[in-house]
Design a binder for this molecule. Structure first.
Ligand SMILES: Cc1ncc(COP(=O)(O)O)c(C=O)c1O
Length: 383
């Protein structure tokens, strides 16, 4: 099964399709049964049987089947947001007294969620690399959580080395693969136990939905689907699932375009005198780059400036990159974390003041480069 086919056709030859090119949206909060006995059987298995929207729904299920196949996972469970997926999946793997290792920089709210778990007696330690893991591991460590490439700095983490180390130490691994999408990276084939995505980024692709998914073995996904999914209630709506299914139809070609445009923009910036650094995994020379078959369009640059007002003014001068959170849509976006996040958080995360994150959309690279060139002209360099 190739990815193009999975994105377009997998699961879409069901009898209820009637030859339609798009699947129906099952707008049903509940499903009915021929007998009470049949209903009570179905309630015991709300992951497989359609009973109530908060359990599952045929449109959401179709999306789950496609995402599991793309990630080469046995199962996938979709949620109402990426954070819904991440918080439920972490909760499913830890209990009071457990410890979590976090390798490299990760999405801020994921760290906030780990901090939140402290009130239930779950602790965590951030480390930079496997040597750090060796020193920080405890008898109570159960889970190793990471992203690759890492958050904001886009450093490549060698996934197979991390999962090998975790296996040797009896830990589960969980990885956020939102940056690459399963088109460019398949962490389960490299030994990761649970892969999470925000579907709100490239997979949705049109900035019109919020959703998340957890992919993994049936052994790990089934309890999560029957417990955390049902009880936390971060259910995905069939309408958002239908939009994500539409997003998948064009995901492979969109990712190729994001890659091409992102690299052209990154190369222009890397040669610009007012840019101190460009944080793009393609420029890292990391030996583990072969774990990825391509690059998305999200990366950061570091302006040759330590002045917040200067950095904010640079973003304000851009016309084709609009200022906004999130990323992975058709539209190009810019954000300046040093200006938008609290100073103490910025410093702890080691984000330089001059760091600017770009999400390169589907506009022509030449248009985006001209926009950046003009905005850079106004940047006053450090003496
Ligand atoms: C890397 C990463 N993971 C997870 C999330 C959370 O996803 P959502 O916004 O869909 O909850 C985000 C959102 O920005 C993200 O950037």
């Amino acid at each position: 099964m190739d990815d193009d086919w999975i994105c377009g056709r997998l699961g879409e030859d069901e009898p209820w399709q009637l030859g339609a090119v798009n699947p129906p949206v099952f707008e049903n909060s509940l499903f009915t049964f021929g007998s009470v006995a049949e209903l009570s059987e179905a309630i015991k298995d709300e992951d497989e049987r359609y009973v109530y929207w908060r359990g599952t729904n045929p449109t959401v299920d179709l999306l789950q089947r496609k995402l599991a196949a793309l990630e080469r996972a046995e199962r996938a469970k979709c949620f109402g947001s990426g954070m819904g997926a991440i918080s439920a999946a972490i909760s499913s793997l830890v209990s009071a007294g457990d410890h979590v290792l976090v390798l490299g920089a990760i999405y801020g709210p994921t760290t906030q969620f780990l901090r939140y778990l402290e009130k239930y007696g779950v602790t965590h330690t951030h480390v930079e690399d496997l040597a750090g893991c060796d020193s920080a591991i405890r008898d109570t460590t159960r889970l190793l959580y990471f992203e690759s490439p890492s958050y904001m700095r886009y450093a490549v983490v060698d996934i197979a080395s991390v999962t090998g180390w975790a296996r040797e130490h009896g830990l589960r691994t969980m990885m956020d693969n939102t940056w690459s999408t399963p088109i460019f990276q398949k962490p389960i084939t490299l030994g990761v136990d649970l892969v999470v995505h925000s579907l709100s980024k490239y997979i949705g692709g049109h900035s019109d939905l919020v959703g998340g998914v957890v992919c993994g073995s049936t052994e790990l996904i089934r309890p999560l689907a029957l417990t955390e999914y049902q009880l936390y209630g971060a259910a995905m709506s069939p309408h958002d699932a239908a939009k994500a299914i539409k997003g998948l139809r064009t995901l492979p070609v969109r990712m190729a375009a994001h890659q091409e445009r992102g690299l052209a923009v990154a190369e222009f910036l890397a040669s610009h005198e007012k840019v101190r650094a460009v944080n793009h995994p393609a420029f890292s020379g990391h030996p583990a780059l072969k774990q990825m078959s391509g690059f998305s369009g999200l990366f950061s640059l570091e302006l040759d400036s330590d002045d917040r007002a200067e950095v904010a003014a640079f973003a304000g001068r851009l016309r084709h990159f609009r200022i906004g959170v999130s990323w992975g849509g058709f539209e190009s976006l810019v954000i300046t974390p040093a200006v938008t996040i609290e100073e103490s958080v910025r410093a702890t995360m080691g984000i330089p003041v001059g760091l600017v994150r770009l999400s390169v959309g589907l506009e022509a690279a030449g248009t985006l480069i001209a926009d950046l060139a003009l905005a850079l002209e106004g940047v006053r360099r450090l003496a």
